[in-house]
Every structure is written in structure tokens, then in C-alpha cells.
Design a protein around this ligand. Structure first.
Ligand code: TRP
Length: 363
């Protein structure tokens, strides 16, 4: 393990990642320290008291680098605010307090958040989390925040009701039936198709987004293609090709689910963007194989791949062949606001998963 404490370890990685994307590390470091709260000083490697679902080893931070067609790459940090007590209500309270502190500091726009917060707020949160944040760090701009609600926070059976109500409050209800009728596998909502995240941008620019995420368990390429087909002008062959290349072949993806997201912007009745997230770590032997696939995808889609290796090097503390899961997901973004590919990098602050070829389980 590296660094004397969790915050040292993460600060080191984050500072290097900021260099890779030409952004100032000062404010991101402050925000991460604040999110870590009481967990900041824990030794990395010590099992965390709260098993955060942000990353496989329960580090409450995950990095991602978004490679864009028309602009430089963006660094993002997915995070769960840490609380003193390992208790869902305490974690939800810590998350809401974090947001309260950032509103004035960054001039966040909370009008959408305020419209839906009570839909997802409960004294006894259920499921893997109540509220997560993503910090979006673009060169030369102040950080933007995005918030993720858990549709299953009142139980998985209530997820659809919560999502429908939240969309209604945001004036986006028209888009939902098309997604259910054409995007999902018939009869699978709440079964192998699950609504997993409901996300909002906390800024008020015209491209400010609402995003709905769908996880498809036991899916095939055609299921992702059908999910993507709900959005106009998506190149479905590209979605299929991305999925096959990232996973290493067509088939039934019976490990972590394929995830689809739909992007809505104000006034639009239909989603304007679609993304497919492939949990690549489940479909490779080790991170070197994952890196090669991601490199191939970036090159194939005409994106500047030159910062992939520096980004990986900023986070990795071991040879890529010695573990799996550093490259956790890879996603394809199509349509608005920005087409491109995003690579999700696990901090591995607590633990490294051994490469699959060295474990007993083989696909
Ligand atoms: N760790 C969780 C998972 O893999 C949640 C998550 C983190 C996630 N980053 C993600 C899900 C990116 C989809 C895409 O499911």
C-alpha cells in the first residue's frame, strides 16, 4: 500500500491526474479531503468501516477521465461523503451536509435538486447508497458537481415510482414510457433490468443534464443496442462494436451488469444522449488486457489516446498485469452534450484484486 493515510494516497494520485489533464489540484484536493471526512486519516489497506459501493475495494473515490471529440480530456471524481458512524442515515446526512457547504462556494444551481430531493429522501435509506457526487474538473474552469440519487433508496420495489415522480417534477415524464416500452427487455424492469442511478447536474447552463441509469444483468449485445435505440440518431452498430470490443466478444455478460444511461436536457421530450458503461474488469484477465482494449477503442473512435497511459500511471502502484480492476469501466458517450469515451480508474487504496489468470475462477 502507499501513503501513510487514505488522504495521502488519494492526494498523490489526484495531483498526478490533475497534471495529466492540465488542471489545478488545489480545490479538488480540498474537496476530496472534505468528502473523506473522518476516513481521511485511516491507513490505506485497513478495511473501511463502511463498505462503499463506489469502488470494488470500498475506497469511497473513483476517478474517471473523459476523452472528448472536440475538447481536451476532463477529469472526474465519483465520491461518497464519509460519516463517523457506519450507518446509512449518517452517511446520507453527511452527503447532504457536504452539498450545503458547496452551494455558495461554487455558486451551484440547486433548483432541480430541490424539486426532487424529498422524492429520494428517507430517514432509513436502503440499498447501496443514498447520495453520491461527481466532481467534474475541466481545465481553467471551476469544478462542477453532479449528484446521484439511488432509485432503490426506499427499496428496489419502489425504484420505478420514485424515478417516474422525479421525472414528472422536472417536466420530463414524456420520455419515460418510450424507454420502458422500447429500451428494456420485456417484463424485466425490477428483475434483470434495474433503475440504478438518477443524476442531476448542479449547474444551470443550457446543457445542464438529468440522467437516468439502467443496469442490465445477464445481458447480451442486443440488449445494449435495444437500450441505445431509444435515443434518436445513435449509431447502433457503433454501440454493438464498442460492447464487443470492450468485453472481448459477444455473449452473455453474466458478471457485473452492462449499464445504459439516458441524458435529458430542459425542454427535451426525448433523451438527447446515451451512454453505455461496460464493467471491463469483469471481462479481462488483467489490467494490461483492459488497457489494450481501451487503447484500441480510443484509436478506433478517433480520440487522442496520448493521455491514457499517463492517466493510468498516475493511479497505478503496481504493474498492470499484477491485478485486475484498476480499469473498472469504460463507457461510450453518444449524442449530447459531448460524444467520447470515458475510462474509470480505481484508486485501489485498500486492495488490489489478483489477475484472473492467477485465480481459480476462469470464464
Ligand atoms: N462500483 C459500482 C459498480 O461498478 C458503481 C459504479 C462506480 C459505477 N462507477 C461506475 C457503475 C461507473 C457504472 C459505471 O457498479
Amino acid at each position: 500500500m502507499h501513503g501513510a493515510s487514505l488522504v495521502d494516497c488519494l492526494s498523490d494520485q489526484l495531483t498526478q491526474l490533475c497534471t495529466v489533464v492540465d488542471t489545478e489540484p488545489g480545490i479538488p484536493l480540498q474537496l476530496v479531503t472534505e468528502l473523506l471526512g473522518p476516513a481521511a486519516t485511516r491507513p490505506p489497506g485497513q478495511p473501511p468501516t463502511w463498505p462503499s459501493d463506489v469502488a470494488d475495494d470500498h475506497t469511497p473515490i473513483e476517478y474517471s477521465v473523459a476523452f472528448n471529440e472536440a475538447e481536451p480530456p476532463t477529469l472526474r471524481i465519483l465520491a461518497e461523503a464519509q460519516a463517523d458512524a457506519p450507518d446509512p442515515a449518517a452517511y446520507a446526512a453527511a452527503a447532504y451536509r457536504f452539498l450545503d457547504r458547496q452551494v455558495d462556494r461554487f455558486g451551484l444551481a440547486t433548483s432541480k435538486f430541490d424539486l426532487v430531493r424529498d422524492v429520494f429522501h428517507t430517514e432509513q435509506p436502503q440499498g447501496a447508497f443514498a447520495l453520491w457526487y461527481s466532481l467534474v474538473l475541466r481545465s481553467g474552469r471551476r469544478p462542477e458537481l453532479k449528484v446521484y440519487f439511488n432509485p432503490a433508496v426506499r427499496g428496489a420495489d419502489a425504484a420505478e415510482t420514485l424515478v417516474v415522480e422525479a421525472l414528472r417534477r422536472l417536466g420530463l415524464q414524456a420520455a419515460y414510457p418510450k424507454m420502458v416500452d422500447h429500451g428494456l427487455r420485456p417484463g424485466e424492469l425490477g428483475g434483470r433490468d434495474q433503475l440504478t442511478f438518477f443524476a442531476l447536474d448542479l449547474h444551470d447552463e443550457p446543457q445542464s443534464r438529468v440522467k437516468l441509469y439502467l443496469s442490465q444483468y445477464d445481458a447480451r449485445v442486443d440488449d445494449a443496442v435495444r437500450a441505445a435505440g431509444v435515443v434518436d440518431d445513435v449509431d447502433l452498430d457503433q454501440v454493438a462494436d464498442f460492447c464487443v470490443t470492450a468485453t472481448g466478444g459477444p455473449g452473455r455478460y453474466d458478471r457485473r451488469p452492462l449499464v445504459s444511461s439516458y441524458t435529458f436536457t430542459a425542454g427535451a421530450e426525448h433523451p438527447v444522449g446515451y451512454s453505455l458503461y461496460v464493467p471491463i474488469r469483469d471481462y479481462v484477465d488483467d489490467d494490461e488486457q483492459a488497457r489494450q482494449r481501451v487503447l484500441e477503442l480510443l484509436t478506433r473512435y478517433g480520440l487522442d489516446a496520448s493521455r491514457l497511459d499517463p492517466a493510468i500511471a498516475a493511479v497505478a502502484r503496481r504493474p498492470l498485469r499484477d491485478g485486475v480492476g484498476l480499469i473498472a469501466h469504460v463507457s461510450l458517450r453518444v449524442g449530447r452534450p459531448r460524444p467520447g469515451i470515458t475510462v474509470y480508474l480505481s484508486a485501489e487504496a485498500h486492495q488490489v484484486a489478483p489477475p484472473r489468470s492467477k485465480t481459480a475462477v476462469r470464464r
